[in-house]
Design a binder for this molecule. Structure first.
Ligand code: NCD
Length: 358
């Protein structure tokens, strides 16, 4: 791969960075997974089918053994420098289901970065011991710097972004696509509402970018004025001819859309910015999914949430057996979708798809 300075690299548009993140000699297939824009429709369809197959294999003893044999010679580092429950757990379980050995660092103050070592040098060191790095970091560019470092050092170790600041969460978007596909049958032609903190929520950003892979999708952004979707995503939608509307009225859209994707207000950013008001995280009832909204939703529709949630969904719905309430299933889907992604990155997906041990 052509050498490029970090400055030159970061001056590139995301679409021009993609070749640097791809498997060599492929049509830009993701190797480092940093941006949801790296996924094509073909790849998304393949990963959904692969996730289904992994799930089915896992149900049988022979299937489980087969899965664990696929990556048993590989190990992974889960480097989570920001709180995480689901992403951490589901990556861990996905890695173990494919037989990987896993080490984790969840508190960077225990690594040499606390002594002043640069992130690049730390990553270089980690890469001496592992075959994949899964990384969550409060700085938007940290996983990208790690991937860049791997390229510069000529170490073919994939870096997977498990959440980068307010920017992106591509593997969450992947599991959201998997969940939407399973719940709705298909995503083409569907209307999807995204509700809550669209400004700081990286999940809704990554998911919005993925919509370019589907025909005739319409987005309904529902957010308080100060937390509307940022212009970079909206410009992307315009360029990609994806229709979207913005409003502050969840109640008005629940009966129109096929999916409602709720998110929490990310009050930690207000606190970090020095906000004093103890009310900063309080909910405006206009952005709360009330129990009765479910009655107004289409027969075939779904209610999603990347979780964690606070009080933006009526807690009674947590125990609903209505098949449209899918957020707990969505969470579990993360494990299968991430296992599928790892299998593809390490080229063991064919072995899995061709197996009849399910
Ligand atoms: C989200 C995240 O960390 O971006 N959670 C997740 O990964 N499932 C959403 C959030 O923190 O609100």
């Amino acid at each position: 791969m052509k050498r490029i300075s970090w400055e030159e690299y970061t001056n590139l548009r995301v679409s021009d960075r993609i070749p640097y993140l791809s498997k060599p000699n492929t049509d830009n297939e993701p190797f480092h997974v940093l941006y949801s824009q790296q996924f094509t429709r073909e790849m998304l369809d393949h990963l959904c089918a692969l996730a289904d197959k992994i799930r089915a294999l896992h149900k049988t003893e022979r299937g489980g053994d087969l899965l664990r044999s696929t990556l048993r010679n590989k190990n992974a580092l889960n480097l989570f420098a920001q709180p995480s429950t689901r992403t951490f757990m589901s990556f861990l379980m996905a890695e173990q289901k494919l037989g990987m050995e896993v080490v984790d660092i969840r508190d960077v103050s225990t690594s040499s970065q606390a002594k002043g070592e640069s992130l690049q040098n730390s990553i270089r060191t980690f890469s001496s011991y592992v075959d994949a790095i899964i990384m969550r970091h409060p700085d938007a560019g940290a996983a990208e710097l790690a991937a860049y470092e791997m390229n510069m050092a000529d170490r073919r170790i994939p870096v997977l972004n498990g959440g980068s600041g307010r920017d992106q969460h591509p593997t969450q978007a992947l599991l959201d696509i998997y969940t939407l596909t399973k719940s709705l049958g298909e995503i083409d032609g569907k209307k999807i509402a995204m509700v809550g903190d669209l400004l700081r929520g990286r999940t809704v950003r990554s998911l919005s970018y993925l919509m370019k892979n589907y025909e005739d999708v319409e987005l309904y952004y529902v957010a308080p004025e100060r937390l509307r979707m940022a212009d970079d995503v909206k410009d992307f939608l315009k360029r990609s001819h994806i229709r979207y509307t913005e409003s502050e009225n969840l109640e008005a859209v629940v009966s129109i859309v096929d999916a409602v994707y709720m998110t929490r207000i990310q009050w930690e950013w207000d606190r970090a910015a020095g906000a004093k008001s103890p009310d900063a995280g309080e909910y405006d009832p206009r952005f709360v999914f009330r129990k009765e909204y479910l009655d107004r939703m289409k027969k075939r529709s779904c209610l999603l949430h990347p979780l964690p949630k606070i009080n933006e969904i009526d807690p009674e719905l947590d125990y609903s057996d209505d098949p449209r309430v899918v957020y707990w299933r969505q969470e579990r889907n993360g494990m299968w979708a991430r296992a599928a992604l790892l299998a593809r990155i390490f080229d063991v997906d064919r072995t899995i798809m061709d197996s009849d041990d399910d």
